[in-house]
Design a protein around this ligand. Structure first.
Ligand code: SF4
Ligand code: SF4
Length: 188
């Protein structure tokens, strides 16, 4: 083909492209949902009565290849209980300046206290703000949950708590939902 037609062919490519569907996403106005198993920021989970699942064992910190997690365990007392076991995570921090969101900490956690959400909006212009504390990482209180410290509400023995507790919590949640549906003015 003649050389002088090459520029015209080039413009043809550009012209064709003008009618194709655009892949660009206008972030942050438009946000595309992530894949369901996307590794976003972490969350510290709770039992159905609101007690914390973290037992302060530090296994997540030892598993972390980036040395991004700092944990200090504390002991529960009868008057001040944060988790159903003997220990709880008194201090818990994740440094998102270091974290590579690999998920190894989640694999190491023996109680499923630590999981990852799909939340990826972690940018900040302050180094200090990128060290997330336990209060920021803890899951919000859902229906039927009570902010610790408080006694174990799902059974006094460990067996009751871990085996029968979730079923008991489901009953409480259902009863609360039914009472919400009743007309206002009923006894609480
Ligand atoms: S996701 Fe990976 S890098 Fe981030 S805290 Fe967990 S183990 Fe460390
Ligand atoms: S998040 Fe899991 S692994 Fe880490 S300290 Fe708490 S219980 Fe242990």
């Amino acid at each position: 083909m003649l050389d002088f037609l090459n520029p015209i062919k080039g413009f043809g490519v550009t012209f064709r492209q003008m009618f194709r569907k655009v892949d660009t996403v206008e972030y942050p106005e438009e946000k595309k949902p992530t894949a369901p198993r996307f590794h976003g920021r972490h969350q510290l989970n709770r039992w159905p009565d609101g007690l914390e699942k973290c037992i302060g064992c530090e296994l997540c910190a030892w598993a972390c290849p980036a040395d991004a997690i700092y944990v200090e365990g504390g002991s529960n007392t009868p008057d001040e209980r944060y988790s159903p076991g003997e220990r709880y995570g008194a201090v818990y921090q994740i440094n998102y300046l270091r974290c590579i969101l690999c998920g190894l900490c989640v694999e190491a956690c023996p109680t499923r206290a630590l999981t990852m959400t799909n939340d990826y909006e972690l940018a900040d212009d302050s180094r200090e703000n990128l060290i997330w504390t336990k209060e920021q990482l803890l899951a919000p209180l859902s229906r039927g949950m009570e902010a610790p410290p408080h006694p174990m509400r799902l059974g006094e023995s460990e067996e009751d708590y871990y085996r029968q507790g979730p079923a008991f919590a489901a009953q409480v949640t259902q009863a609360a939902a039914e009472s919400d549906d009743e007309p206002a003015g009923g006894a609480r």
